[in-house]
Design a protein around this ligand. Structure first.
Ligand code: HEM
Length: 425
């Protein structure tokens, strides 16, 4: 168990982020000591009043002035390993533990949003991968990665604007809280799952949060003050996100569910900020034309609800590689749109797990193959050698290093407790 950081070395927000990363009872009490009692709205007794889609978060997120949805600020990914065989009793226990969270906290950014997803390994253990969902085991998707693959059974994604809420929810799920926001905790997951501690992941996202980490040696002072993400630009514009409908499984027993892909990566931020200037960073992040026309502003504030990727800018990717010697990450990835629609709903967040900057790239899509195709477009092997290198001037490739990959099925809410491989529809 890691010890708590020295309070005097941190700003308040930074300290709160640091205690979420550590987790556990002492982190929770340090967090509450810092925030005091906060008023968090309670949830509902009847979980059937909540959306059948666990991933239906969009309606209960804040939006910015341009109408883009803002993700919750604090995140924990809990990796779980099954310690018993699924049965009616264990299913009831798991369902009741999740219902406790829903009673305690409003289903919103101001309360708690969460999903539970199950890995291909889980389904193999309980009878085989679902026949009608595309859920392959994770594999390396680029030549340059030495990824570890997530083979634990399940992952719970906890998200809230309040750091104490994600910590308390985690504690309650493992029987270390008797009361949660005024609701008594009768049932928890500890008789069914063990936590895989070395795969616990944490993070944060929001204007100003990345710039608070410049005390870490790998986070340069030049991270822009207002940027919500480490690389200095805002992302998740409404028009470049898939809709919740687009990522939802449409048919079969898991209809209303989705698939979740989680890749974790290190970011070489010092090179990004110190080797390149703002013009180059805009060209590599968006497109050379974004840089020429100064479309982005300092961190994306002049873009409104769109990343400014017209069909022409997307189609110009190969020509930009040849004639400009640089292509943007966003223009390359957007080549995978289908009928003009993005395929991924990105819910990624920054991290300093391991005390160095990174990103937990969490995306939802109808099939894992949608992710694979977008990732191929983003890698852009087809443009490499056409004026840009395999990584050099080829979007973000020079700066990101994937370390883990995992694929999960996020079932509909009514099947979230230890789903069988082929539930009766
Ligand atoms: C450190 C890593 C990353 C950073 C900083 C980053 C940042 C961005 C930014 C700033 C945009 C443009 C703004 C927007 O459209 O929301 C964007 C778009 C996008 N990124 Fe990333 N990204 C990263 C990694 C990834 C990864 C690993 C994928 C996986 C395939 C990905 C997929 C996409 C997609 C699909 C789009 C939207 C394309 C479209 O408009 O259709 N990104 N990203």
């Amino acid at each position: 168990m890691m010890s708590l950081p020295d309070r005097s070395n941190y700003s308040r927000r930074e300290y709160l982020r640091a205690v979420v990363a550590i987790g556990g009872a002492s982190a929770l009490s340090a967090c509450l000591g810092e925030t005091g009692d906060i008023d968090v709205p309670q949830g509902v007794d009847d979980s059937t009043s909540l959306p059948e889609r666990q991933h239906a978060w969009n309606n209960v997120l804040r939006t910015d002035d341009d109408g883009n949805r803002l993700p919750p600020e604090h995140h924990v990914l809990l990796a779980l390993s099954l310690s018993v065989e699924p049965s009616d009793d264990t299913r009831e226990t798991v369902e009741e533990a999740f219902r406790t969270l829903e009673r305690a906290y409003e289903w919103s950014h101001d309360g708690l949003l969460f999903t539970v997803g199950y890995s291909p390994s889980y389904f193999e253990r309980v009878g085989g991968r679902p026949a009608d969902v595309d859920l392959p085991a994770p594999t390396a998707l680029t030549e340059r990665e030495e990824s570890n693959f997530d083979t634990f059974d399940a992952v719970v994604h906890l998200a809230s604007d309040h750091p104490s809420v994600v910590l308390a929810a985690e504690e309650a799920l493992f029987g270390e809280e008797t009361e949660l926001n005024g609701v008594s905790v009768e049932t928890d997951l500890s008789t069914v799952f063990e936590r895989v501690d070395d795969s616990r992941r944490t993070g944060f996202v929001g204007a100003g949060l990345p710039a608070q980490h410049t005390d870490l040696s790998d986070v340069p002072d030049s991270v822009p003050e207002n940027a919500p993400f480490f690389m200095g630009f805002r992302s998740g514009f409404e028009e470049s996100q898939a809709t919740e409908d687009r990522v939802t499984i449409a048919t079969g027993p898991f209809a209303e569910g989705t698939t979740q892909q989680i890749s974790s990566m290190d970011i070489q931020l010092d090179v990004w900020f110190e080797q390149d200037n703002h013009y180059q960073r805009v060209a590599k992040m968006f497109s050379p034309e974004h840089a020429d026309k100064e479309l982005v502003g300092e961190y994306g504030e002049t873009l409104k609800s769109s990343s400014g990727l017209t069909d022409e800018r997307i189609d110009a990717t190969e020509a930009d590689a040849r004639s400009r010697g640089v292509v943007g990450h966003a223009q390359k990835a957007a080549r995978a749109r289908e009928d003009g629609e993005p395929l991924l709903l990105r819910r990624d967040f920054n991290t300093v797990d391991g005390d160095s900057p990174g990103l937990h790239f969490l995306s939802l899509q109808r099939e894992i193959d949608d992710f694979v195709r977008v990732r191929e477009a983003m890698t852009g092997a087809d443009v490499a050698g056409e004026g840009v290198g395999p990584v050099l001037n080829n979007g973000l490739l020079q700066y990101i290093f994937v370390t883990r990959r995992g694929n999960f099925l996020v079932p509909p809410r009514s099947l979230r407790a230890l789903p069988p491989s082929s539930p009766e529809s």
